[in-house]
Design a protein around this ligand. Structure first.
Ligand code: FAD
Length: 504
């Protein structure tokens, strides 16, 4: 049975997930623990994870990282949400903004009032009542403080950043807190002949890195969990059919928008992520429907500025490992599974896996019950995120394109099918346990992509039409005013966290 008697933790891989893990362990474990990270410059990292969701701020804050310093070091920009263009229909777009839809209104969520107001012709599009969407489309950003008890929402935000620079930033942080970095290619994963646990990693120069607990951050190959321990892969490509991406950075353009753009294409979608020094671009596509050459041509044809590198192709398969913790190996990041970056959830999954690892850190032998709980929580979390991402495909409005037509009629995972049916019939979203996406996220995507409920909550009938209209108009006007008072995104960055010149 695995035991952490010597408190030696070995992290295999130094991509975003490896260095995030190393930084957190370095920050929270004292010197009785020995944390070593092995990475290979020969192999490199994926390094295109550039868009995040608001919880990443908790991760940085937990490490004690100063936001302005982090933003400057990673060429970061702010993100208020994701604009989905061409998903609900060829010419339609909506924003999935972070934070509230509308504002707190007593017993029932705002969108029930909006549904009634919309049906009576008293309200504009849902996005007019989402502060993040209003500020986002206006190109504005500020750190909004609200007085305690204010019914108005704050302006929740996340970051766009250069993932390679983030890993470098965290590497410095982790090494400053006792984490030892070993450069070298892992050529063998050694296992204890009696227990079957992983005992050491053998590097190409013949040296060994021994440990008690191993964190597999080796990327898609899943060197320890998948290859050495033979943990299988649960394939989700029946729902998530995209399996390739081409990525290329281009020169930045003005204005610097405070949101990610996701632009639907014939057999996938393109992303556009604004950073201070450049724009990140990619085209996620289904290789059964489109060749890499065509996907690359579409990507390059849609750039805003001059390409700054050769396009890079990445193959992937949507899914997860059957278990995330097996014997004395915990997989974090791409080694544990992958959902395409449509809702920017991968780095978040890295972060929650790290918290879970810290929660379940054994003080002696690893209990099977602990491992089972860890795996159950991890599976629940990633499957609900999977469903949210599938929703974007299932509810598309791109009639006449074979890739999208098939997706509208596919069989869905049961929890998602049920959620859509309940929302269609009642306007209700029931959030289960602490699944990542909350009511406002589901509502924005469902309505943004054309799933409009047949009814709303009966309490929404209790206001008069005049009161309802007054409320809707006042709220939309106050969000517009709020946004107008904010500086432009570019001005805020110039004042708060300018990156300056990038030195390699
Ligand atoms: P990798 O980056 O692949 O790192 C693996 C590490 O293991 C490397 O250091 C490598 O050198 C090391 N390694 C591997 N084999 C060996 C060996 N034999 N010996 C020694 N070392 C070895 N996430 C987001 O949150 N937002 C996004 O916008 C986003 N966009 C994405 C777009 C695409 C197209 C893809 C594919 C992913 C995207 N992601 C995004 C996911 C994100 O990039 C990853 O979750 C994140 O980079 C973590 O990757 P990783 O560290 O697990 O793996």
């Amino acid at each position: 049975m695995a035991s952490l008697t010597h408190r030696r933790i070995v992290i295999a891989g130094g991509g975003t997930s490896g260095w995030m893990t190393a930084a957190a362990l370095g920050r929270f474990l004292d010197e009785s623990w020995q944390v070593t990270l092995v990475e290979s410059d020969e192999i490199g990292t994926i390094g295109v994870g550039e868009a995040t969701i608001p919880m990443v701020r908790n991760f940085n804050a937990g490490l004690g990282i100063d936001e302005a310093a982090f933003m400057a070091a990673t060429q970061g920009s702010y993100k208020l949400g994701i604009a989905f263009e061409g998903w609900g229909g060829f010419d339609e777009s909506y924003m999935h903004g972070f934070g509230l839809v509308g504002r707190g209104l007593g017993l029932i969520p705002f969108h029930h009032y909006w549904l009634r107001a919309r049906a009576e012709g008293l309200a504009g599009p849902l996005g007019d009542y989402v502060l993040n969407a209003v500020a986002g489309y206006a190109g504005r950003f500020a750190h909004v403080q609200r007085a305690e008890g204010s019914p108005l929402p704050p302006l929740p935000y996340a970051y766009h950043f250069d993932a390679t620079l983030y890993a470098r930033f965290l590497r410095q942080f982790a090494q400053g807190r006792g984490v030892v970095r070993r450069e070298g290619r892992i050529v063998e994963v050694r296992r204890d002949p009696h227990s079957g646990d992983v005992s050491a990693l053998t590097l190409a120069d013949g040296s060994e890195v021994a440990g008690d607990l191993f964190v597999d951050c080796s990327g898609f190959r899943s060197l320890l969990l998948g290859e050495a321990l033979g943990v299988g892969y649960v394939d989700w490509s029946e729902w998530l059919r995209c399996d390739r991406a081409v990525a290329v950075p281009c020169a930045k353009v003005d204005p610097l928008v405070p949101y990610t753009r996701s632009i639907a294409q014939r057999a996938g979608w393109r992303w556009r992520i604004p950073l201070q020094h450049r724009t990140g671009n990619g085209h996620v596509f289904c290789s059964a429907e489109m060749s890499e050459d065509e996907a690359t041509a579409i990507l390059l044809g849609g750039l805003d500025g001059e390409a700054l590198a050769d396009p890079r192709a990445i193959a992937f398969k949507a899914g997860r490992r059957e278990t995330f913790w097996e014997r004395n190996v915990v997989a974090i990041g791409l080694a544990s599974g992958f959902i395409e970056p449509l809702e920017s959830t991968s780095i978040h999954l890295v972060q929650t896996a790290i918290s879970r690892l810290l929660d379940f850190l054994p003080s002696g032998p690893v209990a099977d019950a602990d491992r089972d709980s860890f795996n159950r929580l991890a599976v629940f979390e990633i499957e609900r995120i999977r469903d949210f991402v599938i929703l974007h495909y299932a509810a598309n409005g791109r009639v006449g394109e074979p890739f999208w037509d098939r997706l509208r009629t596919m069989d869905l995972p049961e929890p998602l099918a049920q959620r859509i049916a309940v929302f269609r019939a009642t306007g209700r979203i029931v959030r289960e346990h602490d699944e990542l996406f909350d009511v406002p996220g589901w509502v924005q995507v469902m309505i943004g992509q054309g799933i409009v409920p047949e009814r709303w909550h009966p309490l929404a009938d209790q206001a008069s039409s005049a009161d309802l209209k007054g409320f809707m108009d006042t709220l939309a006007a106050s969000y517009l005013r709020d946004a107008e008072r904010m500086p432009t995104h570019a001005d805020h960055i110039a004042r708060f966290c300018p990156a300056g010149e990038l030195h390699a």
